[in-house]
Write a protein that binds this ligand. Structure first.
Ligand SMILES: CCCCCCCCCCCCC/C=C/[C@@H](O)[C@H](CO[C@@H]1O[C@H](CO)[C@@H](O)[C@H](O)[C@H]1O)NC(=O)CCCCCCCCCCCCCCCCC
Length: 576
């Protein structure tokens, strides 16, 4: 995990922003993110320090190395502090076990129950402090009126609690309870082991399993899937609604040459018949290019017009073509209530949103200036860096539309990975090269230079960005299929994607985010662009159609990256 925290320096400079990176149980901090390559200003081994939450400041946490140094840091939001606490707590737990140490030659570290108990106890102490503070926040949000000065109303009515603050405080409380219960589960298992020891259990290094038991303590929410709308739209007719003309979507490639095709159209239309593909076993990967002084720049590299493209004959192409045609079939067969079918697969992605420009209602998807529809495949079948990053960046405003600080760590992580890849490309260009022609070239350049493993690498950033995009794809598929409860849509999507890479500690962050999700109707309302009746069938079907088109093109891009990572065995099944 990484991000900005304010560190207490001294009484002269006070709190100063620093860039923190938690990696392999060591928390390092730098003057700024740009300064990372100039070396850290300090570092703390998590297994050597205690973590304390500040009794009254819910953004602050203290890292105390007993008998030595105290580090005081603050996050921008309580939710961010929560994410750091969870990440630091799990790193401390993970790297405090002897088995996590590098075993010296031939000697396997054996964890003694006392070691584990000590670690579990410090974790429980941390979560207790956190719980006390969060209960305090809940109490404050109830007793302190929503607006300053709004004490007793006329006639002595009760002050109105701050619902927003209450929601945030309770969602944090529920996640901390979850984490607390998990830790208790671990302690119970340890006690069981100790009271009914078996030779293997006593000696096995991995004695305490991080249980994924469902014994959860959570603050239940009303069962209805529709909260009272916070700001109900007028139920006026669509005709009366003010139609916002969506911005024309840029069709020219970055060098202003003629408009290109989107990835999904290119692959599905340019691949030869199945027989030809089976005959040709040349992989697109064999023609990788890495940035050299004379390699073409992305700007100067003409995307291949559909007609003259060499078919990207590969297993990957077949797989992608197969999946896209399945998508297209599903989408095309699905009649849209206003009698229009989904626009058929066309020569480029523009017509996919054709209706959005003519009669459709503008939505978050149809007004995107760039999106995965405009990610144009290069002649080697790879994905150009900048269009991909621009398309990912277009998703970031959705976090603000979800309107809760519970998504702060998610947004920070998602944006951070975009930034890492962007920084790699910008540095390459600043170094005099035209930049990496594709994501694949950037990753392979790191593999060649053996720089693809550390957490600041583009390889790792793109791996996690892909996983985030996979989550979004699955979530949107759930929404498109009409899932009435967004929490369930998100949980189903999470189970199929990110959950496989998360330990139960990071799953706590997910638990917080899911509880902060709006209701379906509110979420769909957030995806409207301009004034319209977001409860009308016309709007919902316009939105679903745009969402399906967006999904088709996004999926095509994800498949190419996924196949590339699989082909090069770069999709490490780690857990954070
Ligand atoms: C529908 C909304 C539900 C919100 C929940 C989304 C899922 C959140 C899951 C919890 C993530 C917690 C925060 C981050 C965790 C990180 O620890 C983890 C690993 O980070 C990586 O660590 C590497 C070092 O080991 C480092 O090098 C790398 O840079 C770093 O990334 N990160 C992840 O697990 C990735 C999380 C990505 C989450 C993206 C999900 C985006 C959710 C979008 C919200 C709604 C979208 C719907 C509408 C879209 C319309 C276009």
């Amino acid at each position: 995990m990484e991000g900005v925290l304010w560190k207490w320096t001294n009484y002269l400079s006070g709190w100063q922003p620093r860039w923190f990176i938690l990696e392999s149980g060591v928390l390092s901090y730098y003057k700024s993110q740009e300064d990372v390559n100039n070396g850290c200003k300090g570092s703390i081994k998590m297994n050597a320090c205690d973590i304390k939450v500040h009794p009254t400041d819910n953004t602050r946490l203290d890292l105390i190395i007993p008998g030595e140094q105290h580090y005081y840091v603050k996050a921008a939001q309580p939710q961010e502090r929560q994410s750091w606490l969870i990440a630091l707590g799990s790193a401390k737990a993970k790297y405090s076990q002897p088995s996590a140490q590098e075993p010296s030659a031939g000697i396997v570290a054996v964890e003694l129950p006392a070691d584990i108990m000590r670690t579990k106890r410090s974790e429980l102490r941390l979560y207790c402090d956190l719980l006390m503070q969060q209960v305090h926040s809940v109490k404050q949000s109830i007793t302190q009126p929503a607006k300053a000065g709004e004490g007793e109303g006329e006639g002595g009515q009760k002050a109105v609690p701050d619902v927003e603050k209450l929601n945030d405080a309770t969602s944090l409380l529920s996640a901390t309870c979850d984490t607390f219960i998990h830790t208790l589960d671990d302690v119970m298992k340890l006690v069981q082991d100790i009271t009914s020891p078996t030779d293997v259990a006593m000696l096995s290094p991995k004695r305490v399993s991080t249980s994924t038991s469902n014994s959860r303590v959570s603050i239940s929410r009303s069962n209805s899937t529709d909260k009272p709308a916070r700001n109900r739209q007028s139920s006026g007719s669509v005709e009366g609604a003010h139609q916002v003309k969506p911005r024309q979507r840029s069709r020219a490639s970055s060098d202003g040459s003629h408009s290109d095709v989107s990835l999904s159209e290119h692959i599905s239309s340019s691949l030869p018949s199945k027989e030809a593909q089976l005959a040709g076993n040349q992989s697109v990967f064999s023609r990788e290019t890495t940035p050299t002084s004379n390699s073409q720049s992305p700007a100067g590299k003409e995307a291949t017009p559909l007609s003259s493209s060499q078919p990207a004959v590969s297993k990957m192409g077949t797989v992608v073509e197969q999946r896209i045609s399945e998508n297209a079939a599903t989408a095309a067969d699905k009649p849209v209530s206003n009698g229009q079918n989904v626009a058929p697969e066309d020569a480029d992605g523009a017509d996919d949103f054709k209706d959005a420009i003519d009669s459709r209602i503008p939505t978050f998807f149809s007004v995107m200036p760039v999106s995965f529809v405009t990610v144009q495949v290069l002649e080697d079948g790879n994905i150009p860096v900048q269009p991909f990053l621009d398309a990912c960046r277009e998703l970031v405003p959705i976090f603000d539309k979800l309107n809760s600080t519970a998504f702060a760590p998610v947004k920070m992580d998602f944006s951070g990975n975009i930034r890492k890849i962007q920084q790699k490309q910008t540095s390459a260009i600043a170094g005099g090269s035209p930049g990496y022609p594709s994501l694949q070239a950037m990753v392979l350049a790191e593999v060649t230079a053996r720089q693809n493993i550390n957490s600041s690498s583009a390889t790792v950033a793109l791996r996690w960005l892909k996983r985030g995009l996979e989550f979004i794809r699955e979530f949107l598929r759930e929404v498109c299929s009409g899932g009435p409860d967004l929490s369930e849509c998100a949980s189903n999507a999470y189970s199929r994607t990110l959950k496989n890479y998360h330990g139960w500690v990071v799953r706590g962050v997910f638990a917080v985010a899911v509880k902060a999700l709006p209701y379906r109707s509110e979420f769909l309302r957030h995806l409207a662009e301009g004034e319209c009746d977001t409860e009308s069938q016309h709007y919902v079907h316009s939105l679903m159609n745009d969402m399906e088109v967006f999904l088709k093109h996004m999926n095509a891009v994800i498949l190419v990256i996924d196949d590339f990572y699989s082909h090069h065995q770069l999709d490490i099944q780690e857990q954070v």
